[in-house]
Design a protein around this ligand. Structure first.
Ligand SMILES: Cc1cc2nc3c(=O)[nH]c(=O)nc-3n(C[C@H](O)[C@H](O)[C@H](O)COP(=O)(O)OP(=O)(O)OC[C@H]3O[C@@H](n4cnc5c(N)ncnc54)[C@H](O)[C@@H]3O)c2cc1C
Length: 432
């Protein structure tokens, strides 16, 4: 490994693959290092794939990517202990190619993406962990791996090493992650025949459904649950802020077990065979938690840079977009014969500021602190909304005006008029 590369990419998840593919395709000499046995072996995702981000990298990805179902329906459930109120959006427009969103199995998807990266000319080394960045003063000039004689050099090192980037912390590029800025998610895959899934979710062929859930399933902690349809399996999971798990002393596994027992969820899983259980962190600190993302000889992409939109459960598309834009920045600087200095690489952040990645994260910048400080959004309101629906839908001889009064009183009794006004304002601020 004496040769020098144009770029070394640490990690072969969506961000690393996007960066390595884009650079290799442009003819740059790229080395990608992955600690897993193969790309995807260590990765966890729900998983919804958003076509747009991948299309911008591999326009014809649909020809051979391992896709499960395209999504035609999105359900949003607000649960209390026994019921849910919700909205469903289903559209035939989502049933026409090119499809906008798909469910995928990450282990298969990452393998496929990595093959594209290698076909484009990048060199991938698996089962190799990058232990340190090699510095020349303040400048990153390579990486030290756990292989014998494992120093490798490059003009730029791209850190695509995921949420808990030990390398970025070690090098002082960002601080230890605050448990308030990171969610711990657990998920399971339950296998069942395709016909069972089709019948339960009113779909056929490759059509799929997503259910996003908030409410009492997270026991007052800031978090959400989800259920996705794959071809012959369902993915179910729940994630809450790490600081909340610590404070409430609830185990993520117990939370998921309880969620699966909910009377509206249990029938969907009935008869399935659980074959996979995984847990993973998600960086959900948002815009205000984004660290410095470039410097002399280095750039940070994907989860390592906190690029996750928790409100819309988008992560892999931000990962791919940041990977692509970091790569395009480097390609452009190389073409112009420029040095990989902090000043020149700052172009990456400038470019990113113009994309949906930064615009969306900026829009929701207040969301993490608002929801963290106001557990009523996960407990009181779901309970009140469910009770209100139950009251209105129970036909018991009580007139509707009396029912409305009862509902009003239950809201005021629980949160007070001022409390509700304050909550409405906070909600508006969080999503403004
Ligand atoms: C439960 C769950 C559900 C999710 N659902 C969705 C969803 O439905 N849709 C969506 O878009 N996003 C979702 N996300 C978020 C999404 O998974 C991430 O945003 C995305 O995987 C980030 O990609 P990445 O390449 O930055 O990091 P990762 O996918 O984490 O990849 C990092 C890679 O770097 C490797 N690595 C780490 N350190 C080293 C080292 N020192 N040396 C060598 N290799 C190293 C790792 O092995 C890994 O392969 C979900 C996340 C979780 C946990």
């Amino acid at each position: 490994m004496d040769e020098k590369f144009d770029a070394i990419v640490v990690g072969a998840g969506p961000s690393g693959n996007a960066a390595a593919y884009t650079m290799a395709k442009a003819g740059l000499k790229v080395l990608q290092i992955e600690r897993g046995e193969y790309p995807g072996s260590k990765n966890v995702q729900g998983a919804i794939l958003y076509s747009d981000a991948l299309e911008k990298i591999i326009p014809d990805f649909r020809d051979d990517a391992p896709l499960e179902r395209h999504l035609i329906e999105q359900r949003m459930w607000v649960l209390d202990d026994k019921s849910y109120v919700g909205t469903h959006y289903r559209s035939d427009d989502f049933n026409k190619p090119p499809y906008n969103r798909y469910t995928i199995i990450r282990a298969q998807f990452d393998k496929w993406f990595s093959k594209k990266v290698q076909d484009a000319g990048a060199l991938l080394i698996c089962e190799t962990t990058v232990k340190d960045l090699i510095m020349d003063g303040d400048r990153v000039i390579g990486v030290q791996t756990d292989r014998e004689g494992g120093a490798v050099y490059a003009d730029v090192v791209i850190l695509a090493d995921g949420v808990n980037s030990l390398l970025a912390k070690k090098a002082g590029f960002h601080a230890e992650i605050d448990p308030k800025n990171v969610a711990l998610a657990v998920k399971e895959i339950h296998f069942m025949p395709q016909e069972t899934i089709d019948a339960r979710f009113n779909v056929s062929g490759d059509e799929g459904v997503v259910i996003e859930m908030v409410g009492k399933i997270t026991q007052g902690m800031m978090g959400t649950g989800f259920l996705y349809t794959n071809k012959e399996s369902l993915t179910i999971g729940v994630g809450c802020m790490l600081s909340d798990f610590k404070q409430q002393k609830v185990s993520p596994y117990a939370l998921l077990e309880q969620m699966k027992e909910h009377p509206s969820i249990k029938p969907m899983l009935a008869g399935g065979e659980m074959k996979e259980y995984t847990a993973h962190l998600i960086p959900e600190g948002g815009y205000n938690a984004i660290p410095q993302i470039s410097g002399d000889g280095w750039m940070i992409v994907g989860d390592s840079g906190m690029f996750v939109n928790a409100v819309h459960r988008e992560g892999s598309n931000l990962a791919m977009t940041t990977g692509r834009i970091a790569a395009e920045t480097l390609i452009e600087l190389k073409a112009a014969g420029k040095e990989m200095t902090a000043k020149n690489l700052a172009l990456y952040r400038d470019r990113l500021d113009e994309t949906f990645v930064m615009k969306d994260l900026k829009k929701y910048r207040r969301m993490p602190s608002v929801f963290h400080a106001n557990p009523q959004f996960f407990t009181a309101y779901p309970e009140l909304a469910n009770r209100a629906a139950h009251t209105m839908l129970t036909v018991d001889g009580v007139d509707k005006k009396t029912k409305e009064r009862e509902i009003r009183q239950s809201f005021v009794g629980k949160r007070s008029l001022f409390g509700m006004l304050g909550d409405a304002f906070k909600m508006w601020r969080a999503f403004e």
